[in-house]
Ligand binder design. Structure first.
Ligand SMILES: [Zn+2]
Ligand SMILES: [Zn+2]
Length: 380
């Protein structure tokens, strides 16, 4: 399989390119390789899809950040094209194209050149956004979630066509089936989309009884979402084709699931690493011992060597968050805080006083070092 090309290279821009430059680079390349200007040229077609995919990622700050950090693999959970071997399909690439150029450009400049795409189907369905909150642990290891959302979905009575089963559409009486109307404005002959059939060239003769010809119906749909381990707060998952159904059999929009991760009462997270602070009794710090620490996998034992200082950090290998690129798991870092006992009994107090008198300055290396610095200052 061919290695996927770097998105920045595809657009011929630097890693630090501004959004405006990325857009400019895309505009230039997309115009050059547009399939309607390069009919039958497979290379141009591939390039067109490639630049659309690259632009789709680099123009979205969230996706761009993910790509910068994790490469192609970071986007693989997000949807079609990214990460896998398949590139954007042509519909996807054309949607990106019209998203940037807008439809007006077709009518005013490229009515003829780009007109071919008109009439194939109805408008694309809207994208939907769903905010989904998951726990710290679910984000760490990944999970599957079912979400129910109300949306306009494909009508099953007519599979989106809008025609009653067994009936045929008939030729549009206004445009005679071309989907286009010509009119003359000044020197120009301008081609417009037929407004009677919306450019489809045909009209519904017998509307579907379920959707009354709309091709879609509103319903509550349950969708299962696979959330990859290592996902972070604010990441967006794209579920291809689960937005609203298109009009009159047009392509569906996408569903964007924006992930929120609940904070954890004990753990903090930095990328794949988990951090936590654990208090230990001052006796254990001085004498050494073993303590129990919480991890994402349950409790673990941690050896505390004699003479441990407050703030010292210990590492539990492989107890962190699942790596999005499949590089195993990060580590857990345990920062120990030495705790001083409070409310001493008389007997305890006497014992501690004896110990304290016994201990010389050398046994407190930090204190000794600090005192040396201070005395240098005062003797100046
Ligand atoms: Zn028509
Ligand atoms: Zn229907």
């Amino acid at each position: 399989m061919a290695e996927k090309k770097d998105y920045y290279e595809v657009l011929g821009v630097g890693k630090d390119a501004a959004a405006e430059d990325i857009k400019k680079a895309y505009r230039k390349l997309a115009m050059k390789h547009h399939p309607d200007k390069n009919a039958g040229d497979k290379n141009a077609e591939e390039r067109f899809k490639e630049v659309a995919e690259a632009y789709d990622v680099l123009s979205d700050p969230q996706k761009r950040q993910t790509y910068d950090r994790f490469g192609h693999a970071g986007l693989s959970g997000i949807g079609a094209g990214y990460g896998g071997f398949a590139h954007f399909d042509m519909d996807e690439a054309l949607r990106t194209f019209s998203g940037v150029f807008g439809d007006s450009i077709f009518d005013s400049f490229f009515g003829d050149i780009f007109g071919r795409r008109r009439g194939t189907s109805g408008a694309r369905g809207s994208d939907l956004r769903y905010d989904l909150t998951i726990t710290f642990e679910e984000a760490a290891f990944g999970t599957k979630k079912e979400i129910a959302l109300p949306k306009a979905d494909l009508c099953e009575g007519c599979r989106g066509s809008g025609s009653a089963p067994g009936t045929q559409r008939r030729v549009c009486p206004q445009c005679g089936g071309s989907g286009q109307m010509r009119s003359v404005q000044g020197f120009f002959s301008i081609q417009r989309t037929c407004n009677y059939c919306q450019g489809m060239g045909s009209i519904i003769s017998h509307p579907c009884p379920v959707c009354a010809g709309a091709g879609r119906v509103r319903k509550r749909k349950t969708i299962s979402i696979t959330i990859p381990g290592g996902i972070e707060h604010g990441d967006t998952l794209r579920v291809q084709g689960e937005g609203e159904a298109g009009e009159r059999g047009g392509p569906p929009g996408n569903l964007y699931v924006v992930i929120g991760v609940e904070p954890h009462p004990i753990f903090d997270r930095h990328g794949d690493e988990v951090l936590c602070e654990v208090p230990i009794p001052f006796g254990v710090a001085a004498l050494g011992g073993e303590i129990e620490v919480p991890t994402l996998d349950g409790k673990a034992r941690l050896k505390i060597p004699p003479g441990t200082m407050s703030g010292q950090i210990f590492r539990l290998k492989g107890k962190g968050i699942v790596n999005r690129r499949g590089h195993g798991r990060g580590d857990q870092h345990v920062r120990v805080i030495v705790e001083t006992p409070q409310k001493l009994s008389r007997h305890q107090r006497e014992l501690l006083e004896r110990v304290s008198e016994e201990l010389g300055e050398k046994q407190y290396p930090r204190t000794a070092e600090f005192n040396a610095k201070v005395s240098k200052l005062t003797n100046k």
